[in-house]
Design a protein around this ligand. Sequence first.
Ligand SMILES: [Zn+2]
Length: 178
Amino acid sequence: MSIVGLHSVGLCIVWMNIIHLVTSQREASPTLKRLQEECSPPGSSKCPVSVPKSELKERLSPTQYRVTQQRGTERAFSGKYYKHSDEGLYHCVVCGNPLFASDTKFDSKSGWPSFSDVSKSDSVKLMTDMSQGQRRIEAMCSQCGAHLGHVFDDGPKPMCVRYCVNSASLEFKKHTTV
Ligand SMILES: [Zn+2]
């Protein structure tokens, strides 16, 4: 069990409490409750944006399809945006929803692109993920339900949040505006 967060104070504790609420009791703040609203599986009628699977199979690479539609994970250190440092916005590869800004990207040395925040508060949804025998928080595109990655509490201060995201879920565009 990770105890990284135990060494943090202030807002870290606040965020950890939120994480705890989400993961343990599923009693979260109204904001997190909204973020946890069902938009799953990807492309279901519950999602604001629904892209036909047939179109995605043609448009996306096999890895992009597996990650975004089947909750897969790209191999560590293999993604095209892991070392990427240009200034701009990272969009959802499925629906184009702006997700992360380059100024929140940092090198976590995890092997996957890592962000300390989202570009807009409602751009990413969080869901409890009990797969692989562990309790994690899954990050999904709020518009189409595409799987992005997971959220951890070992990011940089003050928020201590790390969005660990697959490059395969992202499409980068240089200095576009939100
Ligand atoms: Zn999307």
